[in-house]
Design a protein around this ligand. Structure first.
Ligand code: AMP
Ligand code: MN
Ligand code: MN
Ligand code: MN
Length: 279
């Protein structure tokens, strides 16, 4: 028996990841992951393929999705974990998010067209190639024009927070996501709290609202972080009585994110979210 290794946050080619769901499961296996949640942005379309491969690899697959939310004008990510994927509440919300992403892509494209990126919508759609469309697909299409050097520059100049392509549209608030999640028997987890670059006061206020909305967990470990950051997030989990989750947020084998399973263990002081899953 291998040591249990939980990775509850990663992306496949069904959103902005590089690997197909089956390839992701194979890599997870070789990385020593024993329980994986595939958490594509706003879609569960990778689940059937992932389920088949999880069975072949002997990995416990947990249902997952990373929802884009809005909190006082800020784009916040909430993971839904371990829900019934056939439940109408999850089906309805993912369908709505798909439509929102399609509409958002048209708005982003019209803004970028004005800056000279002609035909960018079709180019970004080609990059998405059937995946749910997101800003990384625009970044890749922009690189092909030769006007931007790499993905980091595309975000820094055009797509990142506060830039012209940072279209947040009508993302749902916490309530919409936590309600759909709990209706489907799952748990809502605040993703990568350190990524929002908020002041401590703002971060605590946001976590407070999330908890108030019915949020049940927080990512205490997200990708590569220092022991100090982990300790800090563990304190927040305990302060707000939230269950602890951990995930690599893996997107690509040679990306700047951690590899699958390459994350530090949760501190003893927190209650892991999977303790609620065992009977
Ligand atoms: P979207 O889901 O369309 O809102 O796009 C957000 C995604 O873009 C995130 O999940 C990341 O994968 C990616 N992303 C955000 N900021 C950056 C950045 N500075 N460089 C590269 N990728 C980024
Ligand atoms: Mn992403
Ligand atoms: Mn995220
Ligand atoms: Mn993610």
């Amino acid at each position: 028996m291998s040591e249990p290794c939980y990775d509850l946050h990663c992306h496949s080619s069904q959103s902005d990841g590089i690997l197909r769901p089956a390839e992701l499961l194979s890599r997870a296996k070789s990385q020593g992951v024993t329980t994986l949640a595939l958490t594509d942005h706003d879609t569960i379309s990778g689940l059937p393929e992932a389920t088949v491969q999880a069975e072949l690899e002997g990995i416990d697959l947990i249902t997952g999705v990373e929802f884009s939310c809005l909190w006082y004008g800020r784009n916040i990510h909430v993971l839904a974990l371990n829900f019934d994927a056939s439940h109408s509440a999850i089906q309805a919300l993912t369908e709505l998010q798909l439509q929102r992403r399609i509409e958002r892509s048209e708005v982003i494209a019209s803004k970028l067209e004005k800056l000279g990126f002609i035909g960018i919508l079709q180019a970004a759609q080609a990059k998405a190639d059937g995946a749910i469309i997101g800003r990384p697909h625009f970044a890749q299409a922009m690189i092909d024009t030769g006007k931007v050097k790499d993905v980091a520059h595309a975000f820094k100049q055009f797509l990142g927070a506060g830039k012209v392509g940072d279209v947040k549209l009508q993302w749902p608030d916490f309530d919409d996501v936590t309600q759909a999640c709990s209706a489907a028997g799952g748990q809502a987890v605040l993703a990568h709290p350190l990524k929002y670059k908020m002041t401590r006061t703002k971060l605590c206020s946001m976590i407070d609202d999330f908890k108030e909305s019915g949020g049940q967990g927080i990512e205490v470990v997200s990708g590569l972080q220092t022991p100090q950051q982990t300790g800090d997030m563990a304190r927040l989990a305990n302060k707000y009585e939230l269950l602890a989750s951990c995930g690599s947020d893996f997107h690509a084998p040679s990306g700047y994110n951690a590899d699958l399973g390459q994350i530090s263990a949760l501190p003893q002081s927190v209650e892991p979210i999977w303790q609620q899953w065992s009977v």
